[in-house]
Every structure is written in C-alpha cells, then in structure tokens.
Design a binder for this molecule. Sequence first.
Ligand SMILES: C[S@@+](CC[C@H](N)C(=O)[O-])C[C@H]1O[C@@H](n2cnc3c(N)ncnc32)[C@H](O)[C@@H]1O
Length: 224
Amino acid sequence: MSKFTALTPDLYEYLADHRSDRDPLLAELAEETRHLGPISMMQVAADQGALLTLLVRLSGARRALEVGTFTGYSALSIARGLPPGGTLLCCDVSDEWTSIARRYLDRAGFAERVEIRIASALETLASLDRSEIFDFAFVDADKENYSNYFAEILPRLRPNGLVLFDNVLWGGRVIDVEDARAGTRAIRALNDQVRDDPRVESVMLAVSDGLTVARKRRPEELKG
Ligand SMILES: C[S@@+](CC[C@H](N)C(=O)[O-])C[C@H]1O[C@@H](n2cnc3c(N)ncnc32)[C@H](O)[C@@H]1O
C-alpha cells in the first residue's frame, strides 16, 4: 500500500476541518478576499495558515519576515504565532491588497508589531541594516525571484531559523518536462538549490500547492 494518500476535495474538507484554533477573524478575511474574485486563489489555504502559526510558535520566533502578503491571511497566521513583543516585517508591491491586510492586522491588535513595506521585496531586503536578523521567513511572491529570495534571506536567518517557500509543486508542473515557462523553471531551480545547499536541512511538504520548510543549520553542524 502506498504511503501517500491522494487528497480528494472531500478528504481535503475533512482535513481542513480537523485543525484546532479556528480564528473567526481569519475566516472573515478569507470571505472578504473571496469577493475579490479569482485572484483570491493567491491566498494560502486554511490548513497552511494553521501550520504557519504552529511552526512560528514551535520555533520560538520573535522576529519574522514575509515576502508576499496580499490581503494578509499568512501574515495574520504568522503574527498569531509570535510571542508578546514579537514582530513581523511584510514585503509586498500592492498598496491595494495590503490595505486589506493592514485592516485585519490592526483589528487583531498587531498595529504596532507588523510593518508592511510597499516596494519590491528584493529592494526592501537590500535596504535592511546588516544587523537585521530573522528567526522565521515565509516566501510567497513572484516565483522568478525565489532563488534570489533564498540567497538574500539565508544570511539574515539566525542559526536554527526557518525559511519556508510556498507553491513548490506549482500545480504539478515542476515535473512536466514540456513546461519550460519562466515561473516553472524558477521553482524547479529553487527546489534543487534548497535540497543541495549544505547550509540548510529541508523537507518539501504536500501541503496545499507544496510547501518547503528549511532550517538553517547551526555553525557546529557544518564543521567536518
Ligand atoms: C500569492 S500572493 C501572497 C498571498 C499571501 N501569502 C496570503 O496568504 O494571502 C503574492 C503576493 O506577492 C506580491 N508580489 C509580487 N511580486 C512582488 C515583489 N517583487 N516584491 C514583493 N511582493 C511581490 C503580490 O503583490 C501578491 O500580493
């Protein structure tokens, strides 16, 4: 018997229904985002949001980074996992979409602890002080820059910190040999890069459209 259980829509409903800590504000945000139309597909799934909260909490992260905020579902999920005083820096190019995120983050009490910077994320990352170190990073933006985000974020991640990449299965297109589109090639390149980089320990999870979780190894793990 295969160790992999293929998800049907009904089985996914069941799975999503069995997460704890339902947040009515996240449900309201998902509903408002749904009214934006097909673009709402960009939002992370509810189980993925719950996983983000859990991983942030489990890792003890105090300073988090998000690349690709949209209307704020993942940002709010990450912020929910932070301890009192923990902070999140969100990078996005859209004022319009992140104004929705801002509204929900403020309502959840994160007005002071979540900053949203409107600029290309690579510009924002380049503008940060060298001393700016993150414990947790979630990347869910322009796929063509995934490798650049990995290169920029890893030096800014504390040892044992986590960096996550969304959409790493790209609807299954990563294994379609006939698909040579830029986004597909970029995700394949990122997936190989993360797997082969000795600085991280990583696993690709079949959550939603594929989620890579990579931990930055501690210096003592890299010796020898
Ligand atoms: C898939 S959506 C993010 C979804 C979000 N994580 C959520 O849970 O709702 C991708 C976002 O990346 C943003 N984006 C695209 N290119 C970007 C760039 N170069 N720098 C920063 N953000 C970018 C888009 O404006 C969009 O809001």
